[in-house]
Ligand binder design. Structure first.
Ligand code: PNS
Length: 162
């Protein structure tokens, strides 16, 4: 039987438990999920791409069904390149919907063989985003419980306690 592969794309700057929740639930639907970090999006990132890849690696506890990768350029091209047909995205709130709907529609126009599967973020993490985590950490707030321990440590190194 053919292996079912999905791409879970994002900035992952850094990975949070919200991402991990989507990743684990994605693994119930697919044999392999490729966590793919987009490298060319216009965002001021806190972590470099290799740092983000390492933080994902440290957070997945050696799960062989997760592949960690990065890509440059269009997501649809990357998805084709890795012979996948499905993209996973998490939806936290209605506010995510408009952007995600636009992106999924554009992607489907660019590659009609590709489908985006949306998963609702668990109620425990619907308010968690990489952006809010970085903001909380930068002002010395506690991010424990929202990010894996490796990320917590990395944030403490970037923003040493004042
Ligand atoms: O975690 P993010 O920042 O919400 O992820 C956004 C991401 C990386 C999935 C999106 O920006 C993306 O797919 N970028 C690659 C470039 C691309 O294909 N853009 C066209 C989308 S309409």
């Amino acid at each position: 039987m053919k292996e079912k592969v999905a791409v879970y794309p994002g900035s992952f700057d850094p990975i949070t438990y919200g991402h991990m929740d989507i990743l684990h639930r994605g693994l119930r639907l697919f044999d392999t999920v490729i966590c793919a970090i987009a490298t060319n999006i216009e965002k001021n990132s806190l972590f470099t791409v290799p740092e983000r890849m390492e933080l994902i690696r440290e957070s997945i506890n050696g799960d062989k069904n997760v592949v960690i990768d990065s890509f440059d350029g269009l997501l649809v091209q990357y998805v084709k390149r890795v012979n996948a047909r499905f993209v996973i995205r998490g939806l936290r709130a209605m506010s995510d919907f408009e952007y995600e709907f636009q992106m999924a529609s554009m992607n489907r126009n660019l590659n009609c063989d590709m489908d985006t599967i949306f998963m609702m973020t668990s109620k425990d993490y619907f308010f968690v985003s990489s952006r809010t985590i970085k903001e909380v950490a930068s002002f010395g707030g506690v991010v424990k419980g929202f990010v894996p321990p490796a990320v917590e440590e990395a944030l403490n190194r970037k923003f040493p306690p004042r």
